[in-house]
Design a protein around this ligand. Structure first.
Ligand code: AMP
Ligand code: MG
Length: 345
């Protein structure tokens, strides 16, 4: 166990002395967890390979899975990436600071531990005031994957991030809930056609308005051993609670009856069954029901927290409703499918 410096900071009234203390930890090669608008991040100096290595250790993350480098000033992109064309400028202008990460050719200054041995680097400017302030005060490029143990749901609130990571890092800044609740969109702009490697906070519809043609990496949408995900992280089991997760296809009119029957069967076998659904269906199900919200944005905000809550309730099996595959729904379904290991009922 490491001794972890833990501090609450109010994002609307930032205590700059405290931020400077955490910034110093990063500058000196340590690890600091900080809130962002997408999920909590586990930061370290991206250009210091010893520091970046600590991220993989703290998360138990495979080292071929590259890290996103966070900046607080758009101009900084030129120090770590090359081939910055008009498309990159238009995405930065429209969506930064915000929940989108751009993959570009890297400069040699970026160590291979940060880029997962690729010749590219993923860069993002977050909008969360604490994240921005921490990056500025640290004076370094901050590598920051989600602050969970590898394979677990990304933490989006103070309690879960503290429980999982206290003692594994040098510092934790508790700064309230992440308001998007899902990770950033990862957009590859190294090729001719802009390609989404991971759906996230900025939708494909938003991107098409700015870039015209945008495609989504086929490995995101289906399980196919012959298709290799271009974002190495997408090939690993992810976002998984301890319970077994199944997604309920909504094709049948009577899906609610179907699920209740499965709940009955599970209970008879002595299992505890969880249901995740839209709020409007909450009262229709038996079992441990968690309403994820009234619309897709609320579902995105609540999804990871709900998966963790199911663990706390000691649920054995989770049935989740499926959601419309448009807008942020694409990112929601991507995370759910991963959590379920592609299992549908
Ligand atoms: P996380 O840091 O947990 O939000 O995950 C970052 C995601 O971005 C993972 O799926 C990575 O594989 C992906 N990623 C990071 N850097 C690159 C890169 N250079 N090329 C492609 N994907 C990347
Ligand atoms: Mg992650």
């Amino acid at each position: 166990m490491k001794k972890t410096l833990v501090c609450k900071i109010d994002k609307n009234n930032i205590d700059i002395d405290k931020i400077q203390e955490f910034g110093k930890i990063l500058k000196n090669g340590g690890t600091v967890i900080f809130p962002t608008e997408t999920v909590y991040g586990l930061g370290a100096d991206a250009l210091n390979d010893k520091a970046a290595k600590k991220i993989y250790e703290a998360k138990g993350r495979p080292s071929d899975n590259p890290l996103i480098v966070h900046i607080a000033d758009k101009e900084k992109i030129h120090e770590i990436a090359t081939n910055i064309d008009e498309r990159v400028y238009s995405v930065m202008d429209k969506f930064w600071p915000g929940p989108i990460t751009i993959v570009l050719k890297k400069k040699t200054i970026v160590p291979s531990i940060t880029s997962g041995n690729l010749d590219t680097v993923a860069v993002r400017m977050p909008s969360h005031p604490i994240a921005i302030s921490l990056i500025k005060e640290s004076g370094v490029f901050v590598a920051g994957p989600s602050a969970n143990i590898s394979g677990r749901p990304s933490p989006t609130d103070e309690e879960n991030v503290y429980e999982e990571m206290n003692g594994r890092v040098d510092g934790i800044i508790l700064g309230g809930d992440s308001n998007v609740g899902l990770e950033s969109t990862v957009l590859d702009l190294t090729g001719d056609i802009p390609t989404i490697l991971r759906p996230g906070g900025v939708t494909i519809e938003d991107l098409r308005e700015v870039l015209g043609e945008v495609v989504i990496d086929p490995a995101i949408l289906e399980k196919n051993e012959n298709i290799i995900a271009k974002a190495p992280g997408m090939k690993y089991t992810h976002y998984a609670p301890k319970a077994e997760v199944f997604i309920v296809k909504k094709y049948d009119e009577d899906y609610i009856d179907k699920i209740n029957k499965l709940v009955d069967e599970g209970i008879k076998e002595g299992k505890k069954i969880g249901i995740m659904c839209l709020d409007k269906n909450k009262d229709k199900y038996k079992g441990e029901v968690i309403g994820l919200g009234e619309d897709l944005n609320e579902v995105a905000y609540n999804l990871f927290k709900a998966l963790r809550e199911m663990d706390k309730k000691g649920v054995d099996i989770i049935y989740s409703e499926s959601f419309e595959n448009v807008g942020i729904g694409q990112a929601i379904m991507n995370r759910l499918i991963k959590a379920a290991g592609y299992k549908f009922v």
